[in-house]
Write a protein that binds this ligand. Sequence first.
Ligand code: NAD
Length: 279
Amino acid sequence: MNDVQSKVVVVTGAASGIGREIARAFADRGARLAICDIDGRGLDELQAEVSSAGRRCYQEIVDVAQAGQVEEFCANVYREMGRVDVLVNNAGIACGGRFETVSLDDWQWILGVNLWGVVHGCHFFYPRMIGQGGGGHIINIASAAGLGPFPFMSAYCVTKSAVLAISRTLRAEAALNGIGVSAICPGFVNTNIIGTAKVTCGTRRSSAEELIGTVNRLYGLVGWPPERVARAVVKAVEKDLAVVKVGFETYLVDAIDRLAPRLVDRANRRAFRFGNRWL
Ligand code: NAD
């Protein structure tokens, strides 16, 4: 898709961070938006901003973990906008902690949003995108954490590798219908994700709350601005890219995991011990 002018772009989790910047980037290029999130106030702010710039923006409060809500959102978007050219499955959350401290409720929560949210988006929108004809594009926001093992983040890593698997598989099938599929793998991005994360335990040095504070400060210092991910998303749509890595740390994780898996194994065990003692 060379030009997104007047195309209809759906963004989930658009009230904050990466999703908000993706929505802004497409609106700046003349696209019409349909946005959803569980945060109604953030949606209102974005809608007001986009509408004041003369762009059409439909919004709805939707929990992407709930199939019925995504199904209804899809029906409403088609009723309001007539078609969907780009679907961005972005909504996501983070949950960290040693494996034995992550409850089954936590697993269900993160799988519900990060994995089922993407499944629901593809399940309800993709058949209608095929049916409308004229091609289109699906973007799924994965993560560097989907490309390699990150201790303390088992549940998050599981969801993001699954998103990568869905994206690569669907891409092969969707090409028949002229629909591109891309997985975007950002590294550290400076957003609210750590502030709203659930951390199920601390380290030897810090409580869970202190750990969130430390990681949040770290993201503030070294995290990429979310606009950088938004630019990568627009490029993925324009050039029909399969897997897009954002940030040198993501290239590093991917390269080392492929070229030296034993090194990753050793380094990860050391990193975990070090983090547990010093963070
Ligand atoms: P963020 O917290 O700033 O934004 C996430 C948005 O998703 C929020 O507006 C939140 O309200 C919304 N959301 C949460 N649960 C939802 C639900 N059940 N239904 C609908 N909306 C929901 O975080 P972000 O960093 O912008 O995260 C966006 C995506 O990028 C996520 O999928 C995340 O996993 C991924 N990602 C983030 C980073 C990072 O370092 N920030 C790195 C790699 C990947």
